[in-house]
Design a protein around this ligand. Structure first.
Ligand code: NAD
Ligand code: 2ZO
Length: 504
């Protein structure tokens, strides 16, 4: 069996066992203090145990936060240009190790290598982008009467906590740490207990690039460890990515000590396809909106509203293309859909398809467990991508986030009607519209209640543009310039140049 040494060449599906410690603080990997409560971590493509995840307890969380705090004291005093240089070096190292990190991500997460490589590219781009912003952080100078003046300083918050979901393990760690570090903060990151393997690589890379020891720490664990982080008095901010129910708990816990909070939560995003669209692009957009990462994407456009006149052509084309998506070994270059994250997640998604059938939906393709011919993949968590027709707005598959490769297609007649139906959801993460009518495109974008609207494309998230939700999909933003606001605070300094004009 191969170990997870990144320098090992030729790792293949079904061969890796990870034995090194996955915690990181004080500038090194840290062995778990106790072996109790170990949870097996599975390789989704095979169902094999990849490693054990040992959750950190209160003493370990405390050590990590102390380590981060001492690094913060040094890092926050450095000039933006000095921080930028180190962050650029981290981005360079990620670029250099991209293929190896991507492989490990695939083995732990189950997504295709084609997607994982893009995820790692987005990670280094994010660090590079915020490195560019680090030296631009500045305050204002305000002239006051009598020669007095004030100025503002944009200051770091302190130790920030990042809590990640399982679907983009390395990318989420980068999306959170890059703006945090650019602003002078330290970060303690907790990955999902199902994907504990790659965040520690980011910690090693930051260290190699030259950050002070402890600046980016990794603690492993699930809800209990997450809860220790949210309650910890040494933490200034929690940036959370995950489901709505967990997000609510994170907010509640963080409120006890008035921590800053960013919530990147779930969605059930609408994609509106008008009859005047370029149909082939709309079909491609619908596939991109539903089937990346086996459908386990927060901003997926899983409610696909198609104008009635073009429904037959749309369905024919979307089903034809869905049926030929190559599902299988995620480490092979030709694979476009790998395995879902876990057996319970696969069972949950299949149950949603069954429920949809009971409620009157018609399965046009997929929705079944998929067993690849390669014997080593027999225990993997694969399913065939599914298109559901005959859907109504009141069906469970249309209302709830499924987090699997299931597209629900619904007909509509008018723009006004479809906007009202699209907005009739507690979520508001993303949305999309396909039309050739430029006025309609922008009118629809204005009226959809969502943090992002894609016009004539879907799931494009360059790091330069803000990403985040409306309504129950959360608040705060990741990426883009605005995220600096969420990782810093403004101090006003008022300077008297004359005598004090006392009222007393
Ligand atoms: N908006 C976004 O940017 C975004 C991105 C990715 C995923 N998501 C959402 O994440 C969900 C899927 O991810 P998941 O299944 O990993 O989500 P989840 O809510 O189950 O877990 C997310 C993280 O929260 C931790 N956690 C669980 N209970 C906790 C508690 N009580 N206190 C603190 N932390 C706790 C988990 O260990 C994990 O690290 C979906 O709803 C998806 O839409 C959102
Ligand atoms: C990179 N995507 C595809 C926009 C996904 C962002 C993270 C959501 O789960």
């Amino acid at each position: 069996m191969e170990q997870s040494n990144l320098d090992l060449p030729g790792t293949a599906t079904g061969t890796m066992v990870v034995t090194e410690p996955l915690n990181f603080w004080g500038g090194q990997r840290v062995k778990p203090r106790q072996q109790a409560n170990a949870e097996p971590v599975f390789e989704p493509a095979t169902g094999r145990v990849l490693c054990q995840m040992f959750p950190c307890g209160s003493e370990e969380v405390d050590e990590a936060i102390k380590s981060a705090h001492s690094a913060y004291l040094k890092w926050s005093k450095m000039a933006g240009m000095e921080r930028a240089r180190i962050m650029l070096e981290a981005a360079r190292i990620i670029r250099e190790k991209r293929d190896k990190i991507a492989k490990l991500e695939v083995i732990n997460n189950g997504k295709s290598i084609t997607e994982a490589v893009v995820d790692i590219d987005v990670a280094w781009q994010c660090i590079e982008y915020y490195a560019g912003m680090a030296a631009t952080l500045a305050g204002q100078h305000v002239q006051l009467p009598g020669g007095a003046f004030a100025y503002t300083r944009r200051e770091a918050l302190g130790v920030c906590v990042g809590i990640g979901a399982f679907n983009y393990p390395f990318q989420i760690a980068a999306w959170k740490s890059a703006p945090a570090l650019a602003c002078g903060n330290a970060m303690v990151f907790k990955p999902s207990p199902m994907t504990p393997v790659t965040a520690v690589l980011l910690a090693e890379i930051y260290k190699e690039a030259g950050v002070p020891e402890g600046l980016f720490c990794v603690v492993q664990g699930g809800a209990d460890t997450g809860s220790l982080l949210c309650h910890h008095p040494g933490v200034a901010k929690v940036s959370f990515t995950g489901s709505v129910p967990t997000g609510k708990k994170v907010m509640e816990m963080s409120a006890k000590s008035v921590k800053h909070v960013t919530l990147e939560l779930g969605g059930k995003s609408p994609l509106l396809i008008f009859k005047d669209c370029e149909l082939e692009n709309a079909v491609k957009g619908a596939l991109m909106a539903n089937f990346l990462t086996q459908g386990q994407v927060c901003c997926n456009g899983t409610r696909v509203y198609v104008q009635r006149e073009i429904m037959p052509q749309f369905l024919e084309e979307v089903v034809k293309r869905t049926k030929v998506i190559p599902v299988g070994d995620p480490l092979l270059d030709d694979t476009r859909m790998g395995a879902l994250i876990s057996k319970p997640q696969l069972d949950k998604v299949l149950a949603y398809v069954n429920q949809a059938k009971k409620e009157g939906a018609r399965v046009l393709c997929g929705g079944d467990p998929f067993v690849p011919s390669d014997p080593k993949l027999k225990g993997g968590y694969f399913m065939s991508p599914c298109v559901l027709d005959n859907c109504r707005d009141d069906m469970t598959c249309v209302k709830e986030e499924i987090f699997g490769p299931v597209m629900s297609v619904l007909p509509f007649d008018t723009e006004e009607e479809v906007i009202q139906r699209a907005n009739n959801s507690p979520f508001g993460l993303a949305s999309g519209v396909f039309t050739r009518d430029i006025s309609r495109a922008h009118r629809v974008a204005e009226n959809l209640q969502a943090g992002t609207c894609f016009i004539n494309n879907y799931n494009i998230s360059p790091v330069e543009v803000p990403f985040g939700g409306y309504k129950m999909s959360g608040f705060g933003r990741e990426n883009g310039q605005v995220t600096i606001e969420y990782y810093s605070q403004l101090k006003t300094v008022v300077v008297e140049m004359g005598d004090v004009d006392s009222l007393f």
